[in-house]
Design a protein around this ligand. Structure first.
Ligand code: GLA
Length: 580
């Protein structure tokens, strides 16, 4: 099992916030990574009891650092996990998503030494420790002192220390390669580092403990060399991190972790450029509305899913499938237009995680007008129509043949693209190796186009609540359709998680779906505020106690947490630890 963070492994996390009306947020300087000088500023909505716990947690953390390393940290940061409300597995096709940061987070402190003081002229040493030493044993790495020599990471090895090393690599690459553009002072040698981390984002739960970790690592290293990044740059850099450790992931998690705003969800776009627009969910129901306020409940299924270890058959395979689906659709469009392409590499721009084109690129071939997903398309009405047309195209063109009802074989795809099976494997399945019997291209593409449409439908419903229909029911229906698509088309759910969602819907939830990468992990449920307590009680009795009879009442009770959307990644400044 990949082990990053351990707390609340068996938890139900609840995110409850009143949701009525979409409003743009007011932010002071949205370009820069947040800086906070006190715990109260980081968690402004926390109760007095919650703040007390945070003070104890930060105090324990800094004491641990001082005892372990006998010095003060040079830099300290914290980065949150995230939950995705809608828009699953579409970020790496460059479609927009709707996540939010949660107040479960990672804290990281680093003291940077002097390279010249290192006893070895060629190397520096990096010590890495976790407050939960028994779960995450300390590591010491000897790394090259030469800034132009990058750390090697073996993506086949599942080790928590890799999530720090990848932050070192991307920060180092950036600092070396962008000196002139950003006016960065030359680095003569890498500096030794003493690092301590602690975290309470449940590992393997779909709440992105890995994003919290890599964002903190990248930011800490940049700060250690005197460079303060913007949010956008930090997002772009830390997106590369997980790819270094073998998961060819998209950018949603890092964007949510970095751009999070208290009491807001985020509308994250990746194309034409990365943006994260916060939306507030007001707690006031308009006086003339009959709508009861509603809330989101996040419940961890306790089915652990390790993105890294299962990548060849799950996450990375899905990236390959949606890419090949895009290429086959592009080839079909070219044939129809009487255009010939000698090589499939010429069909689409070198875009997306495999630099081979995306399903979004195919949409742009059909609709080149560029208004897709922009303000020019009011309430996304045309964008939704365009996605529906593409969904129908995928349904028709990518249909499985009679002899391969479960999907395409390597040979069929290669033949359709006009290359050899060996070449297909070499181009698309070598950097991130995958294993499969069939490539389920139709199902994956239909999921992506329909899920991208559901994000716009969700925003549209929030923007234009109608008196005649219940907003809760409309959003709940969208959420339920998303889950159905995960079950039958994208096949990234899990039977136990499906039972959780069914129990939720039978006990007051208007909608319930698997969230994050999937194959286990967390669910997000929409429920009218007055039904939330009943829903939680039903989950305890009908899900946790029946599915996990060994789990004690105390464990369930202890892990029941109410949380609101939280602040994004934060630099801890101004003698922060003197106030904990
Ligand atoms: C993981 C990845 C994200 C995204 C989700 C699924 O969390 O890191 O980039 O693809 O899965 O929506």
């Amino acid at each position: 099992m990949l082990e990053l963070l351990v707390f609340f492994f068996t938890s139900i996390s609840l995110v409850l916030f009143l949701l009525t009306k979409l409003q743009p947020a007011t932010m002071s300087n949205p370009e820069l990574v947040l800086e906070k000088s006190s715990i109260e500023e980081i968690y402004p909505l926390a109760s007095a009891d919650e703040l007390k716990l945070q003070h104890a947690r930060y105090a324990n953390f800094i004491n641990h650092f001082r005892e372990l390393y006998n010095e003060e940290p040079t830099v300290a940061v914290r980065g949150p996990g995230r939950v995705n409300l809608i828009g699953e597995h579409i970020d790496y096709s460059n479609f927009s998503v709707l996540p939010m940061a949660v107040d479960r987070d990672m804290i990281m402190a680093v003291s940077f030494g002097d390279a010249a003081a290192s006893s070895d002229s060629e190397t520096i040493s990096v010590r890495l420790a976790n407050v939960s030493e028994s779960e995450f044993p300390s590591r010491t790495y000897t790394l090259p002192k030469d800034p132009k020599k990058f750390v090697e990471i073996d993506p086949k090895v599942s080790d928590w220390g890799n999530y720090f090393k990848c932050g070192v690599v991307v920060a180092q690459e950036f600092l070396i390669n962008n000196r002139e553009e950003y006016n960065i002072a030359e680095i003569s040698a890498m500096r030794p580092m003493n690092v301590l981390v602690t975290g309470n984002v449940p590992t393997g739960s779909g709440l992105s403990s890995s994003a919290a970790f890599v964002v903190c690592a990248t930011l800490s290293v940049l700060l250690g060399y005197g460079f303060k990044p913007t949010r956008k740059l930090l997002t772009q850099l830390s997106i590369k991190c997980e790819q270094h450790v073998g998961v060819n992931s998209g950018g949603m998690d890092q964007a949510a972790s970095i751009y999070g705003v208290v009491d807001h969800a985020l509308f994250v776009t990746f194309k034409p450029t990365l943006t994260a627009t916060p939306f507030s969910f007001s707690s006031k129901v308009p006086a003339d509305s009959k709508e009861e306020p509603f809330s989101f409940v996040i419940a961890n299924s306790l089915v652990v899913s390790n993105k890294h270890e299962t990548a060849p058959t799950n996450y990375n395979l899905r990236v390959v499938e949606v890419t090949l689906a895009a290429l086959l659709l592009a080839k079909h469009l070219a044939n129809k237009a009487g255009k010939t392409f000698a090589d499939p590499a010429d069909l689409l721009p070198a875009d997306g995680n495999l630099q081979a084109g995306t399903l979004r690129n195919v949409l742009e071939l059909v609709y080149p007008d560029q208004t897709f997903g922009t303000d020019a398309d009011k309430d996304f009405v045309n964008s939704i129509e365009q996605l529906k047309t593409l969904e129908t195209l995928a349904e028709t063109v990518l249909g499985e043949s009679e002899d391969t009802p479960e999907g395409h074989t390597t040979e069929t795809v290669a033949k359709l693209l006009g290359i050899s099976p060996e070449e297909l494997v070499k181009r698309y399945m070598t950097t991130y190796p995958v294993r499969y019997n069939y490539l389920a291209l139709r199902k994956r593409a239909v999921h992506v186009y329909s899920e991208a449409a559901r994000v716009f439908e969700f925003l549209n419903a929030l923007n234009r609540p109608t008196a005649s229909s219940s907003l809760t029911e409309t959003l709940g229906d969208i959420i339920n359709r998303s889950h159905a698509s995960a079950v039958s088309l994208f096949e990234n759910s899990h039977p136990t998680v499906d039972r959780l969602c069914a129990i939720a819907c039978a006990n007051g939830a208007a909608g319930a779906r698997i969230t994050g990468a999937g194959w286990g992990g967390a669910t997000v449920q929409l429920v009218s505020a007055s039904k939330a307590a009943g829903l939680v009680a039903a989950l305890k009795e009908d899900y946790y106690r029946k599915e996990f009879p060994g789990v004690s009442d105390a464990v369930i009770e202890d892990s029941l947490i109410l949380s609101k959307p939280g602040n994004g990644t934060t630099i801890l400044i101004d003698d922060f630890f003197s106030r904990v």
